[in-house]
Design a protein around this ligand. Structure first.
Ligand SMILES: [Fe+2]
Length: 344
């Protein structure tokens, strides 16, 4: 553990002690937090001079987390430039992000705990940007669970990174519209996979699998998707994987005009959609892994109480048993309350 001047803090460092407000003493950032630019700014803005961080030479779990955050932030900065370039009509240069993506994939595959970290990472104001990085990381995990080769995991990660890049060609007032879209506006939105495909087609070195995955990421098993309305086997597996990650991340993310849903509610939606809309095999693998991860997490219930997930039914990954003091709530049975959020 070392004492460090706040001006020397770097993303990826891990707090070894709670950081409290100088005025009220309330905890601002808790011990064990992997710092990102946002949390560093928060500490800095309070006028705090020194904090305790873990020594990065140690071989602890925190150092592994540290590597992940650093690599994420490097890729995030590179991708921000790619997004800016697309808005100005520039082409994507794959080598600009390729090495950084390789590094992040290694971290994700070795450390596994992507679901726990995804909401702790610094988010930029641009939803499409954050969403693209999240979907890429979730898709990397699914590729690993499906025993994809390194080459195909990389292609899948690229499909996630670029699947919505065509949204940069859709007017902002439509993309960010808080209310319901008109029929005409939705028709414009529905073109974004084609725009993504067109932008990527001009990219040197991009695989055909990535192009098809991007083009088809809104296609659905029953033909209810867009832009082509194709069904089942006609849809590329990359597109089916991105679809699952896309729905999950959209549901569990905070938007300006929509509160996020709990991962358990998102899991229920995914499970419902796995009967005909999303691919059942991919959805099942995803839900099984998600549920394993949430055992032991603290949750907020709709009545305001806090409990701990102690069991998730293997055959029904959206159903849990939550311990609440000395009581147990079994969500396999109908309950008047529900889980609204994961708190730690
Ligand atoms: Fe999309």
């Amino acid at each position: 553990m070392i004492k460090i001047n706040v001006s020397d803090l770097k993303p990826g460092m891990v707090l070894a002690d709670n950081v409290g407000s100088l005025r009220s003493g309330a905890i601002l950032v808790s011990k064990g937090t992997v710092l990102n630019k946002k949390t560093i700014r928060k500490i800095y803005s309070q006028g705090i001079k020194y904090v305790m961080v873990h020594d990065t030479n140690s071989n602890s779990k925190e150092v592994l987390e540290n590597n992940f955050v650093i690599k994420y932030e490097i890729l995030s900065d590179k991708m921000e430039n790619v997004f800016k370039g697309i808005r100005c009509g520039k082409k994507i240069i794959l080598t600009d992000v390729s090495e950084e993506l390789d590094d992040l994939i290694v971290e994700i595959i070795q450390n596994n705990n992507i679901l726990g970290r995804i909401r702790q990472l610094e988010e930029k104001d641009d939803y499409t940007f954050n969403h693209s990085l999240n979907v890429s990381m979730l898709a990397t995990m699914i590729g690993k669970w499906l025993n994809y080769s390194d080459k195909h995991i990389k292609q899948l990660a690229l499909t996630g990174l670029f699947h919505d890049i065509g949204k940069l060609k859709v007017p902002d007032n439509i993309i960010n519209k808080p209310g319901k879209l008109t029929g005409k506006e939705f028709e414009i939105i529905k073109k974004h996979p084609i725009y993504s495909f067109n932008i990527l087609s001009e990219t040197v070195g991009i695989s055909k699998n990535v192009l098809i995955g991007v083009l088809q990421h809104h296609e659905r098993e029953d033909g209810s998707g867009y832009p082509q309305g194709i069904k089942g086997d006609k849809i590329h597996e990359y597109a089916k994987i991105i679809a699952v990650c896309d729905v999950y991340d959209a549901l569990t993310s905070d938007r300006k005009y929509k509160n996020k849903s709990s991962p358990f509610y998102a899991a229920e939606i995914l499970r419902d959609q796995s009967f005909g809309v999303l691919n059942p095999k991919i959805t099942r693998i995803f839900l099984d892994k998600v549920s394993n991860f949430y055992v032991g997490c603290k949750v907020l219930l709709s009545n305001g109480e806090k409990g701990e997930v102690i069991y998730i039914y293997p055959q029904s990954p959206t159903k849990t048993i939550v311990k609440l003091g000395d009581k147990y709530i079994n969500f396999l049975e109908p309950q008047s309350i529900s889980i609204v959020d994961i708190i730690e």
